[in-house]
Write a new protein. Structure first.
Length: 275
């Protein structure tokens, strides 16, 4: 999934970090192809894969574990249970995957910087080593962890909860078949739309903090400067590539989750017997 959606994620990060005047997504992608070639669309791919192996795995795994272990079986569609479960899961994912997110943003935006400002990480592992050895160690790897956890909370809550809610509505109110792929795709597309909109402000701020050379500025300082110079609309910069990426990504990930549940892959034996 990361390989398929990476060019859109790259365009989103470049748009979020780009100075005014703001380029369009078309001009951004055209510029990348012109200056860096097709390979340029996959800058930082190793970090993106590492991010999915940490951030995405942790938050979805934690959410399913909480649902299985802590939520009563007759309350699996109750927002009172689902919302706090998703928020805790998102916070866990945001913290666990923060170091990979720092690498992902820096590697994706590196080619857009002046030559003297580039970090030139060869790959994600080389980036982790260089940050740990020469660029501040653990403290730098945790750059932006607070807004990243906020984004993780917002993303997971708006993604997994809205998916469950939309799926439940489609099945109960519109008589969709809960086993059909059309039901899963419809619910996940709507969830992706909600998640993109809710998470955009935190995503933009997170990108700027992690990409900044001045790592001592707080999220509030960056927010105040951006609002002063660009207006409140800066919080939705890169919304279109975000949705273009997150919509299909959300559809693919929930389709994969539904298939794993259907075939009882990765479930403990006691839960398999109940399904």
């Amino acid at each position: 999934m990361s390989i398929v959606t990476h060019p859109l994620d790259l365009a989103k990060v470049r748009l979020q970090a780009a100075p005014l005047p703001k380029p369009t997504i078309g001009k951004m992608i055209t510029g990348i192809l012109k200056n860096e070639g097709v390979v340029g669309l996959y800058s930082g791919l190793s970090a993106a894969l590492l991010r999915q192996c940490t951030y995405t795995t942790a938050r979805f795994g934690a959410y399913d574990l909480i649902k299985q272990k802590l939520i009563p079986k007759d309350q699996l569609t109750n927002m009172v249970y689902l919302l706090p479960s998703s928020m805790v899961s998102g916070a866990i994912g945001g913290f666990v995957g923060n170091f990979a997110d720092v690498l992902n943003i820096r590697m994706q935006n590196d080619s857009a910087l002046e030559a003297s400002q580039r970090r030139n990480y060869k790959n994600a592992l080389d980036g982790v080593y260089k940050i740990y050895r020469y660029e501040g160690g653990i403290k730098t790897l945790l750059t932006g962890w607070k807004p990243n956890m906020v984004r993780g909370v917002l993303m997971t809550a708006s993604q997994v909860v809205t998916y469950d809610v939309f799926k439940n509505y489609l099945v109960i109110q519109l008589q969709f078949d809960p086993t059909k792929n059309t039901t899963h795709f419809s619910a996940s597309l709507l969830a992706g739309l909600v998640a993109t909109t809710i998470c955009s402000p935190a995503d933009v701020i997170k990108t700027r903090i992690m990409n900044a050379k001045d790592e001592h500025r707080s999220a509030m300082q960056i927010l105040r400067t951006a609002v002063k110079n660009e207006g409140p609309s800066f919080m939705f910069r890169g919304w279109l590539p975000s949705f273009t990426r997150l919509g299909p990504f959300t559809m693919l990930i929930f389709f994969a989750i539904e298939q794993l549940k259907k075939h009882k892959v990765g479930m403990p034996k006691e839960l398999k017997d109940k399904v």
